[in-house]
Design a protein around this ligand. Sequence first.
Ligand SMILES: C[S@@+](CC[C@H](N)C(=O)[O-])C[C@H]1O[C@@H](n2cnc3c(N)ncnc32)[C@H](O)[C@@H]1O
Length: 231
Amino acid sequence: MLGRTDLEAYTTWDFPTQSAGHPDAGDASFNGVTPAGCAANIVRRYTAPGELVVDPMAGSGTIGDVARALGRRAVSFDLAPRRPHILRADARSWPLLAQTAALAVIDSPYSDNVVYSADSRCLGRISCRDARFYEEMEKVASEAHRVLRPGGILGWIIADEYRGGVYTPVGFRLLGLLERRFEPIDTIVLVRHHDRSASPMWEHRARRFNFFLRGFKFLFILRKQVGESGG
Ligand SMILES: C[S@@+](CC[C@H](N)C(=O)[O-])C[C@H]1O[C@@H](n2cnc3c(N)ncnc32)[C@H](O)[C@@H]1O
């Protein structure tokens, strides 16, 4: 496997900066930006040059940027496109034909802690404590299943929430619903850096009031089974 010695080999991925290895991918100042190294690892592992990578919640566009830099075709869209090559579309209705993509990578909101746009359809307006959050994410998963080719891979990045003294295991709830359509391949822990809560004041509060700050996000990797078509 010459040329692949720089791929992550373990299930813990820790990239020191957002842009490590891909200085032009995405925008490090965008709230909730995906580490470019995460995108590069999943694109290189699960696609060949020329294959189609889809990012339906593109934000600052990291995943499409990395995919194109690696010689893949990429379609990126978002309710609030921030760059010219990002299309405007809802992640619950992908503007793509069935069974055309090799890989879909989704870095979704995980609760209503960040409002990404004025669009009332933004899924970052729904609390993860609300059952509707999972109903809407299921619609996104259904579109991923329709557009992926059999054997295609879904990577979904999400975090848990601890707010107001209440812990919500968002990741495991999401994985439960993804498993209804996809075969789980693995779960990666993505170490978080530079969060707003990463400060001595919040660390002091976490120890004093006996809670934990969020140190990681999940990257769930799942496969659309061979022999299955859309929907
Ligand atoms: C965590 S950010 C994505 C970060 C991105 N991967 C990057 O590297 O910049 C989540 C994105 O989901 C988008 N979003 C929320 N609801 C959406 C929907 N219904 N359809 C499409 N995009 C949506 C938001 O506008 C936001 O840009």
